[in-house]
Design a protein around this ligand. Structure first.
Ligand code: ADP
Length: 356
């Protein structure tokens, strides 16, 4: 069942800035959808329109089938977690958790026993039982983040919205919270829409990612599908570190050429022809002892488990990512490349072609 749908949604701010253009996107019940894209691409605006914090300029937003364009934020049944946790500094964690519920009209307000039970359930789920008496200033970043999440979840929202919720945390904590968010989602099954500019967060959290650029949805599908079958060069280069190698040129008779570079195309691309962009992931550029295309080595980044080779072939910059694995462990680690030359192969089944 569809939980949330954006139908022809557009947003132009009062100053004339176009933030979102013709967005059509449906989010299934129980799904974890991540809106991802570079800063300024319209992710937060999309989320804020759904939340009722921003007017919609064009189109219709539905929650559970009902149009909500004119429904006030508090009546939309959503939980929200933002980058700034916006906790009340003078209130204890417990009061922060229950504040929204205590402010409800009397008829909808849980009684104190119910409230206690809800606090208990939420705090044990998030591992914050032992800090209920504390105030936000006495908490670590990770604890504050959990309280903000608890405050959204205690109301049992139909849909949970999160906007860059982990960006204030250090790298280690961010990784840990990422795993926890996913575990919580698997446990609760709350429909979740999550905004981030971080492709790793998107790849690891999402059931489905929706990649945006300049206010326009580029592709929406499971993360690995977008990685392996990107819809266009933008998605191809946005996902993956280092990004996909994209080379513009011509294909003809199973051969791709760009300037004086000429390579035979992998079998699945043997039929392509005309102008376009050949894309190959750095991890798919094979580094060979011999028998490949000769490349000049312009830089090496040794990261331990992997090595990034910065190469140059006929004036074209190419990155190759080499992973440490058992037998050939030495190859990528030794700095011994005669005269800075390497042989590389582009013949990979995961290479892609974007016709022009
Ligand atoms: P993202 O979340 O992807 O970083 P936003 O949705 O915040 O992007 O912004 C999309 C575009 O809308 C950007 O060009 C941004 O500068 C602009 N924008 C965001 N908020 C406002 C506003 N209140 N008034 C005018 N322009 C805005």
């Amino acid at each position: 069942m569809v939980a949330v749908s954006f139908e022809g949604i557009g947003k132009v701010y009062d100053d004339g800035t176009t933030a979102v253009v013709g967005l059509d996107l449906a989010v299934e019940e129980g799904e974890f959808l991540v809106l991802v894209g570079p800063s300024g691409c319209g992710k937060s605006t999309t989320l804020r329109m759904l939340a009722g914090l921003e007017d919609v300029s064009e189109g219709v937003i539905r929650i559970g089938g009902a149009v909500v364009n004119d429904l006030p934020a508090r009546a939309r049944g959503l939980g929200m977690v933002f980058q700034s946790y916006a906790l009340y500094p003078h209130m204890s964690v417990e009061d922060n958790l229950t504040f929204g519920l205590r402010m409800k009209p009397k008829a909808e307000r849980p009684d104190s026993e119910e409230l206690k039970k809800m606090v208990q359930e939420t705090s044990s789920m998030l591992g914050i039982d032992d800090i209920l008496e504390k105030r936000p200033r006495d908490l670590s970043g990770g604890q504050r983040q959990r309280v903000a999440l608890g405050r959204a979840l205690i109301r049992r929202p139909k849909v949970l919205l999160m906007d860059e919720p982990l960006s204030n945390l250090d790298a280690k904590l961010r990784n840990q919270m990422r795993l926890e968010l996913r575990r919580l989602h698997d446990e609760l099954g709350t429909t979740t829409i999550y905004v981030t500019h971080d492709q790793i967060e998107a790849m690891t959290l999402a059931d489905r990612i929706a990649v945006m650029k300049d206010g326009v949805l580029q592709q929406h599908c499971p993360p690995l599908e977008a990685y392996h079958k990107p819809a266009n060069p933008f998605v191809a280069s946005f996902l993956g570190t280092p990004p996909m190698n994209l080379i513009e040129g011509n294909a003809d008779g199973g051969v791709f050429s760009s300037g004086s570079l000429s390579i035979s195309l992998p079998d699945h691309l043997s039929e392509i022809g005309g102008k376009g962009t050949f894309g190959i992931r750095p991890e798919s550029v094979k580094v060979l002892k011999d028998g490949g295309v000769e490349a000049n080595l312009s830089g090496v980044e040794r990261l331990g488990s992997e090595t990034i080779f910065h190469l140059e072939v006929e004036g074209i910059a190419i990155k190759a990512l080499w992973h440490r694995s058992g037998e050939d462990a030495e190859d990528g680690e030794s700095g011994d490349w005669p005269e800075g030359k390497m042989q590389i192969s582009f013949n990979d089944p995961s290479a892609v072609w974007f016709a022009q």
